[in-house]
Design a protein around this ligand. Structure first.
Ligand code: PLP
Length: 375
């Protein structure tokens, strides 16, 4: 199998699986239990928190484990609106956020909030000025993703944070595709909430974290209950998932610069190789090292995905989360129908090789040469 869909999820290294199995098998204690088995687990969870927080560039006490990136996004939107409920009922976000943020904002619309959705340019670009100009005195929250999951565009979060520093408006960034892909530290970034997810960096599905910064005074608990995660997100800690998350972070951060350089080189090679295919066009101006969006103009993307899948090559037609529905991200670019309909996303990991790209290019060329354009 040739796996070119690392933005959807990533393979789990054996060390991560072994770590998780060991926890499931032998370290099954509840971290809230007061005997040694539980106390040991509590210490372990705090060590794992330190590992993830270290990679995010924040203090361990600012990092709260969640069950996924979607949960972190929902929590951030709710917590920001809660803190600023006296300020007003306006949210600024972008039209190209992941549905975890968009749907959380739509839910707030149902609660009477007004949401401004910033539109990207034709390459997926969004500027800090565009975002800051939309902010009003009653804006409770600005939520802008760090890296777009379909295009690889990197958005100017630090610049937006600077523009909001003197205001009460809180800033959330969904860094699910940015964490350990583009260099940043929570400390220097200046966002109030940062969402990350384990399964995009070689960790298990079902583990994520939310960074909550010092401007958030009294975060609204996401789950009330037994008081875990500083009483903000109750529920017995998913110890095996968290252990896997921390192990994945540990592995990914080893020689991270080399891994990122490798992914960027693979992406550059893919852009060059695929560009030689007739009717193929690069979409977006994504500079993230792991995501490349292209369109085989005129050939429906779902047919391409199916054809390549039959040859053991995994690529996605836009985001894996859309389940066949047209992608709102591609729609936001306002591309001609024949271009938009042919968009596929290739995404890379440290294991991706040039040979993988060659095989994909060959399959795409064959698809172009043997199938009729239908758009
Ligand atoms: N945000 C972005 C940008 C994503 O790419 C994804 C997953 O594809 C998510 C949020 C959701 O993360 P999770 O699958 O951990 O819920």
């Amino acid at each position: 199998m040739i796996y070119l869909d690392h933005a959807a999820t990533t393979p789990i290294p054996p060390e991560v699986a072994d770590t998780m199995y060991e926890v499931l098998k032998s370290q099954f204690g509840n971290p809230s239990s007061q005997y040694q088995l539980g106390l040991d687990m509590k210490k372990q969870v705090e060590d794992w928190r330190k590992t993830v927080a270290g990679a995010l560039g924040c203090e361990a006490k600012q990092l709260f484990f969640t069950s996924c990136g979607t949960e972190g996004d929902n929590w951030a939107v709710q917590a920001a609106c809660w803190q600023n409920r006296h300020l007003g009922r306006h949210i600024v976000t972008t039209a190209v956020e992941h549905s975890a943020v968009l749907e959380a904002c739509r839910w707030m619309e149902k609660q009477g909030y007004e949401v401004t959705y910033i539109a990207p340019d034709g390459n997926g670009g969004i500027t800090a000025e565009q975002v800051l100009e939309a902010v009003r005195p009653d804006t409770a929250l600005v939520s802008v993703m760090m890296v777009n999951n379909e295009l690889g565009n990197v958005y100017p979060i630090a610049e937006i944070a600077k523009g909001l520093a003197a205001k009460k408006t809180l800033l959330h960034t969904d860094a699910v595709q940015g964490f350990l892909k583009v260099p940043f530290t929570a400390r220097a970034l200046g966002a109030d909430f940062i969402t990350i997810s384990a399964h995009k960096i070689g960790g298990p599905k079902g583990a994520g974290a939310l960074y909550i910064g010092p401007r958030v005074r009294n975060p609204r608990p996401l789950l009330a209950g037994g008081g875990q995660e500083g009483s903000f997100r109750s529920g017995t800690e998913a110890t095996a998932q968290i252990a896997g998350f921390a192990k994945a972070v540990e592995l990914r951060t080893e020689n991270l610069a080399d891994k990122l350089a490798h992914m960027a080189a693979v992406k550059a090679y893919a852009a060059e190789t695929l560009s030689a295919i007739p009717d193929l066009r690069i979409i977006g101006s994504g500079t993230a090292p792991h995501i490349l969006s292209v369109s085989l103009v005129g050939w429906p993307s779902q047919n391409i995905v199916n054809d390549l899948s039959g040859q053991g090559i995994c690529v996605s037609a836009g985001s894996a989360c859309h389940q066949g529905r047209p992608s709102h991200v591609v729609a936001a670019l306002k591309l001609p129908k024949r271009v938009a309909g042919g968009v596929i996303r290739l995404s890379f990991g440290p294991e991706t090789s040039q040979a993988d790209i060659d095989a994909c290019a060959e399959a795409l060329r064959r698809h172009h040469d043997t199938r009729m354009p239908m758009l």
